[in-house]
Design a protein. Sequence first.
Length: 136
Amino acid sequence: MNQPTPILVVSAVDKTFTMHLQGGQHLAVLERLGFEVFPGECVVLGGPSGAGKSTILKLVYGNYAVDRGQIVLGAGTVDIATADPRSVLAARRHTMATSASSCVAYLGFPALQVVAEPLVERGVAPDEARSAPRAC
């Protein structure tokens, strides 16, 4: 049987931060990071504070630039690591979505409504958006 095509491939990603208030010292936070996410999979980034969870998400979303490596989204349609800003914005609009980790931002809203909102914003009927297949 054929292996399904991953919807996200992160390969050989390096990320370094420059500590400008520390004399320009470089802090390597990720080295050779790699993983794949397949359709229908539920993936969790776990670990203690400072482990790099938020950094990984900001790299995938295109908020942080990678030093090296690839972040290929949507079965090879765009490499977030090298894409121009318009392509990153298009990928955000059509391929991925984020939500705040703070529950205060969505106090009183069911989680399903928060997750369905990007589809509703794209014109999908609210009932259809809430019944769309979910990875988790």
